[in-house]
Design a protein around this ligand. Sequence first.
Ligand code: ARG
Length: 544
Amino acid sequence: MKEKIEKILKEKTGEEVKVEKAPLGYGDYATNIALLLGKKEKKDSREVAEEIKKSIKSPLFEKVEEKNGFLNFFLSLEALRDEFFEVLKKEKDYGKEKCKKIVVIDYSSPNIAKSFGIGHLRSTIIGHSLYKIYQFLGWKAVGINHLGDWGTQYGKLLYQIKKEGKDPEKLSIRELEDLYIRFHKEAEKDPKMEEEGRRWFSLLEKGDKEAKRIWEVCREKSLVEFEKIYRDLEVKIDYCLGESFYEGKLEEVIKEAKEKKVAKESKGAFIIEFENMPPAMILKSDRSTTYLTRDLAAAKYRLKRFSPDLFIYEVGADQILHLKQLFSAVEKLGWADKERFVHVPHGMFRLKEGKFSTRKGRTVHLEDVLSMAKEKAEKIIENSSTARDISLEEKKKLAKIVGIGAVKYNDLKRHHKRDVLFDWDQILSLKGDSGPYLQYTCVRCKSIIKKAKEVRSEIKDLNSEERKIVKRIIQFKETVELAAETFSPNIIAEYAFKLAKEFNSFYDTYPILGNAKRVAVTKAVLIILENSLNLLTISVPEKM
Ligand code: ARG
């Protein structure tokens, strides 16, 4: 609708016009084009507005008003109806677009030899939702899991395994994590251990057989656990290209950086300097590489392999500087304009006691969060009337959809930048602004539609509640676009919640069965809610 209005205004004024959703009481859409034109042409903006207003004769509008130089548009019943029927006709394809662009999204990217922590949940969920959103808008989306499987910390782990004489094959992920924690505790008293850790990483880099063998066991074990979690979360990432994948590609990057004089020597190391940021190291004085070196190699590889128009990194806000340095370095090397790179930083989950930290042993394991969520959902289902009609197996399946949906939605409903205080009750909430509330609304719509005989496609009038819902429904496309433009799935979550609330209060006020128009509205609500939840990677059960 926004685009349609923008097009009309462009025809009338010859300008690129931006139309926004109007504030309450000012119609449906508004634009400040008259103010802008007034300034440009040194005319009274109200007169300009009046002129534009007079020239618009479109069946889209019931009326167009001028207020303080703004133009406010009120949609006509006909416009609402046409778009509404589009929804009913296109169903799950409603709002889909075509485009020839490619986006590479770097998300999830947990570190091996540690359990999948709650911290990586945000990246996984938000990143995967962005992936779906861009795909919906027609982009070719490439998802990459930049697994943390290389670096000095693995030298430390190898050293600790050796020191304690452990057999890596027999260690669980939690035990590996404990070894890492112990390393740091002991290293506080014995600084020589840091040295040993570096030495073991250097052995690994040189391809030492024993070091490589232990590392491979740890990596494999982690992947098995991560896969389990991805399966639970219903997240599939196209490529798992971890940091170790770039091992053979690092020398070339360092060489290029030296040759192009992007990197320079400093105290035996190689660093890249920036105008307004601290310098970053790409080669340490002991010849080992860094996280940045590997990210540079990854950027180069992705450019060549996928030719993306856009790179999205869904990575914690604690890495803002690192990614800024990366994007700048890529530009300095002449590989690509840094405008093509976006960091979508997510805020951190915080405990009341402070930050999560594996080193300090302050972690919450995602595995536990997910099983708690399922358990809680199971209990609620057990006490509900639905429990009588379904088998045990169905109950388990439903509990999973609801529990996981709750966890995902809890993450997606907040703006990615905001920190989240870790709160069990909120994460597992099944009421109010929650995933299960939206799922439940969908199921309610489904059951109404099943009972209704036909979905009549004729609308002669809409009462004010129906009108409100239909207006909300047809804002779906612009909502998805805005979410993509601002990398904010929470915009879709908020939108879906508002629609569900409006529908439920409508349901409480009016009988729907027996009134074909209202059944049609119910059907459209279901389509839009399902489409929204699909973009949020949340499934909808059949019964609930
Ligand atoms: N493994 C990293 C971490 O857990 C995140 C990697 C993000 N992606 C990247 N290309 N640096 O902190």
